[in-house]
Design a protein around this ligand. Structure first.
Ligand code: GDP
Ligand code: MG
Length: 161
């Protein structure tokens, strides 16, 4: 089954996106074992296609001071993924942590979707432009909270799975 991995610094809306994709009724299928820091996974269905979505939120909570162990775990998940949703905050703009994560993801850019979250309305769409400087070809503005743009994102993701 295809695998979608959600990465990004804290507070950009990874969990909100995960919950929107998974929905309340879906069961978490296989949390990767760990004491407190886990990558949480669940099965999602979109237009008759089933795939796995994984949120690295718990494991990346320290933002830019990633330990080697966490980094290895994330790298392993990155390699395993068919699609990486790199989530950033469209209201705050690019931060140093975003740039660090962008560097880690750059070798995997062919499967990266840069997801600019918190684009809650049309007037915020102009905020998208600066994010192209992170060097990723596929840039999507969404509102994980309101669902805006999430369908278009999933439509674009499906052919990669
Ligand atoms: P995470 O740390 O990346 O998992 O981020 P969370 O999903 O916990 O969200 C962090 C904060 O951003 C919370 O206060 C959310 O309510 C807020 N948030 C998430 N998505 C959106 C969005 O689409 N628009 C707005 N305005 N806020 C959002
Ligand atoms: Mg989270």
């Amino acid at each position: 089954m295809g695998r979608v991995l959600i990465v990004g610094r804290p507070n950009v809306g990874k969990s909100t996106l995960f919950n929107r994709l998974v929905g309340r009724r879906k069961n978490i299928v296989s949390p990767i074992p760990g004491v407190t820091r886990d990558i949480v996974e669940a099965q999602v269905q979109w237009k008759d296609r089933k795939f796995i979505v994984a949120d690295t939120g718990g494991i990346m909570e320290k933002g830019d001071e990633l330990t080697r162990e966490v980094r290895d775990k994330v790298l392993k998940a990155i390699r395993k993924a068919d699609v990486i949703l790199f989530v950033v905050d469209g209201r705050e703009g690019i931060t140093a942590s975003d740039q660090n994560i962008a560097k880690i993801l750059y070798p995997y850019r062919d499967k990266v979707f840069l997801v600019v979250n918190k684009i809650d309305n049309k007037s915020l769409e102009k905020n998208l432009y600066e994010f192209y400087s992170l060097g990723f070809e596929r840039v999507f503005g969404i509102s994980a909270e309101h669902g805006r743009g999430v369908g278009d994102l999933l439509d674009a993701v499906l052919p990669f799975l």
